[in-house]
Design a protein around this ligand. Structure first.
Ligand SMILES: C[S@@+](CC[C@H](N)C(=O)[O-])C[C@H]1O[C@@H](n2cnc3c(N)ncnc32)[C@H](O)[C@@H]1O
Length: 233
């Protein structure tokens, strides 16, 4: 995931397609995605996220780079009064989320199947109640660091759209990215870190379902961290 200017260059968010999709997934992309997809907003336009849902929602929460969608689907099932918008350009991941939405009959999820940044720019100030960026692409090389999603430009975007008091949840298993995210979020005037103690960030909170990349990290012997920041009032 990257954080500089929005563009459609795949270098910034990785691949759009992976392995060929199974029949059900292809069918869901053809039939369910058109009903749930959020169009790319015109430059300079505003999009009220609550208007994406056919019923009133208490708040809208955002997940950027939802991967296979397991975390987003679990959150949506646990919080039916919240409207969820997931951003993910990787088609196989979108198909994964659609299978969860279909099998769990979730009515409170919308999908932005693209680079999140143009959507963030279209959202009104203080319109999002919580945001998740979990196991973002680490871009380990120093010369690629500007592509890491959580950095100054995207923290400014998130600071603008998050409500005062809203949580920004970040996770990673990559030491370079962890240090980078903490450094930038910690020094950003709009955010405060909610760590309650030195070991707090090593334990995934009970209301934070696991993701596929977390499982991969643990299987490979890496220790993820779970970071909670709050948009200052
Ligand atoms: C390493 S994967 C992690 C997936 C998932 N969050 C997990 O923990 O299993 C990072 C994901 O972020 C997505 N991504 C990268 N840049 C993005 C961007 N600018 N907007 C939305 N999604 C992005 C990628 O397509 C990829 O699926």
């Amino acid at each position: 995931m990257s954080e500089s200017q929005p563009d459609r260059d795949e270098r910034y968010h990785g691949r759009r397609r992976g392995r060929p999709l199974r029949k059900l997934r292809t069918a869901l992309l053809e039939t369910l995605l058109p009903r749930l997809a959020v169009d790319r907003p015109a430059p300079g336009s505003r999009l009220d996220p609550a208007s994406l849902f056919p019923h009133p929602v208490a708040e809208v929460w955002l997940e950027i780079g939802f991967g296979g969608g397991e975390h987003l689907a679990a959150q949506a099932a646990a919080h039916p009064a919240i409207g969820f918008v997931g951003c993910e350009p990787f088609l196989n991941g979108i198909a994964g989320l659609l299978t969860h939405i279909d099998s769990r009959n979730l009515a409170n999820v919308r999908i932005y199947p693209d680079d999140a940044r143009p959507l963030l720019d279209a959202l009104p100030d203080a319109s999002i109640g919580r945001c998740f960026v979990l196991f973002g692409d680490p871009w380990p090389k120093q010369r690629h660091r500007e592509r890491r999603f959580v950095g100054p430009a995207n923290l400014d975007r998130l600071a603008r759209i998050l409500k005062p008091g809203a949580e920004l949840r970040l996770a990673s298993d990559d030491p370079v990215l962890i240090a980078w995210m903490i450094d930038h979020a910690w020094h950003h005037p709009a955010f405060e870190w909610l760590a309650e103690g030195p070991q707090d960030w090593r334990t995934r909170p009970a209301d934070w379902p696991p993701t596929r990349y977390e499982q991969k990290a643990i299987t490979a012997g890496r220790r993820p961290v779970f970071l909670r920041f709050r948009r200052r009032f």
